[in-house]
Ligand binder design. Structure first.
Ligand code: GDP
Ligand code: IMO
Ligand code: MG
Length: 430
């Protein structure tokens, strides 16, 4: 079976940490969408690693890692990650596989991202400017280049043709600073390194692993509210970040999907533009930002902070078919005497627990519920029963409202800083 782990908010829920923790229960970890817009942080023996393209199972010795066909790959970022891992002393090259059908991010995709964002002015998406949107646009437009194409004799010719097309497109927009010659040199050199990796037909790779009875964990990037179809459009990313994305991002049938593990922070963050009903654009929000170190792992931008949003979580639990929940960063709320959550929205005077079509409207107000804080350090807690009652109440109320049990509560950034709840990932899930 393939289990799935993905974010239920706007990204940065702590997916990297939890995938790394769970990875030793699996033989394979596979990324199925997104690209270097992702920044997944792992803290191992006090050292910080940020992965953008490589799956977060890479630090587990016996785990194979696949970059699936649904991912968009920038060979330059990938090369940097390979160098970072090699520098850390990790042996991994025989455990890393790249799907030939994954699309390539060209330097000119980044150029297009930059000019298109700049032209949007105030209504910009807040893209990470990693070329994600333009690369998926070319994929859907049936003119993209894929990893397998780098083996073709006419690859350079095809690269040049697409590059010129991009340059023409970019010339329609006001200019931005971009050193194409320099970026292209780096890119072509990094493509050489990509050629040396294990390039596979990802769909057969996964099928072979499943036939051998191996367990696979699909690692999501971004979060469900950034999904191209169901997120806060147009302030979204350009891929399907929800469970459905696993099927076309890896080439697997839906009945092969087992557990769906959905992650939420104990509060909520968002980086970039777009609606955020529970945002705290005030001192309290700043307090959470500082306590939680809420600055982007990819771009370093300050993340917008707010309270947990239950209509939104209900929505993403529904969309993904979540079977178990993980809550991260509860320790960040240790010093808050009172916590708050939105249970409903007041939408033009109508109270609803549904996410409306137009979440952008100014007259959507959260309906709040208060919780007593636990005002206690959690470092010594090793079992759920040892949590302060106020934290148990907070978690159990969320379980009741969302109708899904929590399996893990994370109390710090380190690999072992977490507490398992009653429902843990089923060990006999083959
Ligand atoms: P991802 O994109 O979902 O993998 O998340 P990021 O790595 O972008 O952001 C999550 C941040 O929170 C990282 O800096 C993690 O090291 C950190 N983190 C994860 N879980 C916890 C936790 O339970 N407590 C604390 N304090 N930090 C955590
Ligand atoms: P991880 O995997 C948080 C946001 C960007 C922007 C929007 C579109 O680390 O959780 P894009 O570059 O995809 O065109 O940007 O999506 N975004 C993320 N926010 N975490 C991420 O990834 C994100 N990837 C993209 O900030 O608002
Ligand atoms: Mg991140």
């Amino acid at each position: 079976m393939i289990d799935v782990l993905l974010g239920l908010q706007w990204g940065d829920e702590g997916k990297g940490k939890i995938v790394d923790y769970l990875a030793n229960q699996y033989q394979v970890v596979a990324r199925f969408q997104g690209g270097p817009n992702a920044g997944h942080t792992l803290i191992l023996d006090g050292k910080k690693y940020v992965l953008h393209t490589i799956p977060s199972g890479i630090f587990r010795d016996n785990v194979l890692n696949l970059i699936g066909n649904g991912v968009v790959i920038d060979p330059i970022t990938l090369q940097k990650e390979l160098a970072m891992l090699a520098e850390s002393g990790l042996t991994f090259k025989d455990r890393l596989f790249v799907a030939q059908k994954a699309h390539l991010i060209l330097p000119t995709h980044r150029l297009l991202d930059a000019v298109q964002e700049a032209a949007k002015g105030k209504s910009k998406i807040g893209s990470t400017l990693r070329g994600i949107g333009p690369t998926y646009t070319d994929k859907i437009g049936r003119q993209g280049l894929r990893v397998g194409d780098i083996l073709a004799p006419d690859f350079k010719k095809r690269y040049d043709a697409l590059k010129w097309l991009h340059i023409q497109q970019a010339s329609q927009y006001p200019k931005v600073e971009f050193n194409l010659k320099e970026e292209e040199e780096k890119w072509l050199a990094s493509v050489e390194e990509l050629r040396q990796l294990n390039l596979v037909d990802g769909e057969y790779f996964i099928d072979d692993c499943l036939k051998k009875g191996q367990r696979i964990l699909a690692e999501g990037a971004q979060g469900s509210m950034l999904d191209i179809d169901f997120g806060t459009y147009p302030f979204v990313t350009s891929s399907n970040t929800i469970t459905a994305g696993v099927c076309n991002g890896l080439g697997v049938a839906p009945q092969r999907i087992g557990e769906v593990i959905g992650i939420t922070k104990a509060y909520c963050t968002r980086v970039g533009g777009g609606p955020f009903p529970t945002e705290l654009d005030n001192d309290l929000g700043e307090q959470i930002r500082q306590a939680g170190g809420e600055f982007g792992a990819t771009t370093g931008r300050p993340r917008r902070c707010g309270w947990i949003d239950l209509p939104q979580l209900k929505y993403t639990v529904m969309l993904n078919g979540v079977t178990q929940l993980v809550m991260t960063k509860v320790d960040i709320l240790n010093d808050f005497e009172q916590l708050t959550a939105a249970t409903h929205y007041d939408c033009n005077g109508k109270i609803t627990d549904r996410v409306p079509f137009d979440i952008n409207q100014d007259n959507l107000k959260p309906v709040w519920k208060n919780y007593t804080g636990w005002s206690q350090d959690l470092d010594q807690v090793k079992e759920f029963d040892q949590f302060p009652q106020a934290l148990k109440d907070y978690v159990q109320d969320m379980e009741n409202i969302l109708g899904v049990p929590f399996s893990i509560i994370s109390t710090g950034p380190g690999r072992e800083q977490l507490v398992l709840c009653q429902k843990t990932v089923s060990a006999d899930n083959q």
